[in-house]
Design a protein. Structure first.
Length: 476
């Protein structure tokens, strides 16, 4: 089945694509009429069928209708499925039936649905009170849905002015309710319903006859076999041989279940490995987060009002830094990337120092925005300073720096202001101990910002000196 001549077997399996400005997405049509919902290689396809309906005026005169739909598949490889469909009628004054034709003669089947008021109607029940259902015979090709009434709805018009009938897939998610009887609710909600049509590869030909004409034989896969369909005269279709599955209508379409199982085993194994690796990564991140004092830090920053310091995840840092691109890394710490916080007292000291440094707020001190504690070595996140280091501008190769003498003097003064702030304006004195041109950054206005507290010391109010753990960190 398909649109291209190389895809469909004959014109009965030709599908057209109906496109318009108002249709999104385009619709596949069978026989230029029926919208196809899905196709099964086991010989079924689901198609949208219109609902038959009749409505009346208050005094029993028919007001409008769309009845007598003749769904025709004569002289085609299609029949209405008796195993997947149910004939359904809805109404409180309704006699509906389906009339069709098989190779053995005329078939009629229907049901009566009646109710005097909505109090007797049971939601979800379709047994004759407001809703009824019946089966159809196998092999029907033309089918007509007809609605009749006893009192033209004059006795029930106030709550049920219309009757409905439809052939629908029994797996269709239809749950009858009282609201289906009111006004035109059912039609407004379900202009068309899905129904199942059985199809065969060829009609008017048996397997024995088909195998004599290899050029037109439908079962093209090497591991396929033909089976006869005799529901409505001779016909046949194809299936994969035992131990194989796939598409029997194309060369090589039936594959051994063993190879498929092997492929599925590979997919399952690979998926399991990825899940195991992900779980292992999550556990490692949780371990490092706790080991690096994450719970203590979270408690500290949550207790501060107006806090802007953030604890980042590894994924957030990788995304923000383009997977730790070298241009975004400003240092790896005095003891290198392998340094760890092991002792519990070290962890508490580190968190206390990090808490103090995160509260520094001066225009000439690089702002500590946050940290990541999910790696073996904690990573600090600073504000981005765009104009490089003072060292770079002093030692510019081959040409002079564009910084004026006035700006040089200002940069020196701003650096002094930053150090004065760190020494005396914070609750705990921060002694930098490594002031040099490579640790002074410049923004786009050549404003100085002191950075890299890698070997600094914190001096508390009682003047006890404590060397910070910042030299043991990776800085981003």
């Amino acid at each position: 089945m398909g649109q291209d001549a190389s895809c469909f077997r004959n014109h009965w399996f030709n599908m057209t694509c109906h496109e318009s400005d108002t249709l999104t997405p385009p619709k596949a049509l069978l026989l230029d009429t029926f919208e196809v919902l899905d196709i099964s290689l086991q010989g079924q396809l689901r198609i949208k069928f219109p609902i038959t309906w009749v409505c009346y005026y208050q005094y029993g005169i028919e007001s409008k209708s769309d009845e007598g739909h003749r769904l025709a598949f004569e002289e085609t490889p299609y029949t209405f499925s008796n195993t997947h469909n149910k004939f359904t009628a809805i109404g409180c004054d309704t006699h509906a039936y389906a009339k069709g034709l098989t190779n053995t003669g005329v078939f009629e089947s229907g049901c009566i649905s009646y109710c005097s008021d909505t109090n007797n109607v049971i939601n979800g029940s379709c047994t004759g009170i407001g809703c009824c259902q019946s089966s159809i015979q196998a092999g029907l090709q033309p089918l007509k849905l007809i609605i009749r009434t006893i009192h033209n709805h004059s006795n029930v018009w106030s709550f049920n002015p219309c009757s409905y009938a439809a052939l629908a897939d029994q797996d269709f998610n239809f749950n009858f309710s009282v609201s289906d009887l009111l006004k035109t609710n059912f039609l407004d909600r379900n202009e068309k319903v899905p129904a199942v049509v059985d199809w065969m590869a060829e009609w008017n030909e048996t397997c024995q006859e088909a195998t004599r004409n290899k050029a037109d034989y439908a079962c093209l896969s090497e591991n396929s076999e033909c089976y006869d369909i005799t529901i409505n005269g001779p016909g046949y279709s194809c299936k994969c041989s035992p131990g194989y599955q796939g598409n029997p209508f194309v060369p090589g379409g039936c594959q051994g279940i063993g190879s498929i199982l092997l492929f599925l085993l590979f997919v399952i194994t690979w998926t399991s490995y990825l899940m195991w690796r992900k779980m292992k990564s999550i556990k490692h991140k949780e371990k490092f987060f706790q080991q690096n004092g994450g719970l203590l830090l979270r408690k500290k920053i949550c207790s501060r009002k107006g806090n802007t310091f953030k604890i980042f995840t590894i994924e957030e840092l990788k995304k923000a830094t383009n997977n730790y691109n070298a241009s975004t890394v400003v240092g790896e710490g005095g003891y290198g990337i392998k340094s760890k916080l092991v002792d519990a007292s070290q962890i508490e000291q580190f968190i206390n120092e990090l808490d103090i440094l995160s509260q520094t707020n001066h225009k000439n001190v690089v702002k500590l925005l946050g940290c990541c504690l999910e790696d073996q070595v904690p990573i600090l996140v600073y504000e981005f300073v765009s104009n490089g280091t003072l060292y770079h501008h002093i030692h510019m190769p081959k040409h002079f720096s564009s910084i004026s003498l006035e700006n040089w003097i200002r940069i020196a003064a701003e650096t002094a202001e930053a150090l004065a702030y760190l020494h005396s304006a914070t609750s705990t004195t921060i002694v930098h101990r490594d002031v040099k041109s490579s640790n002074i950054l410049l923004d786009y206005n050549f404003t100085a910002k002191v950075s890299d507290f890698g070997v600094s010391r914190l001096v508390s109010i009682d003047q006890t000196q404590i060397t910070t753990l910042m030299q043991e960190l990776g800085d981003t």
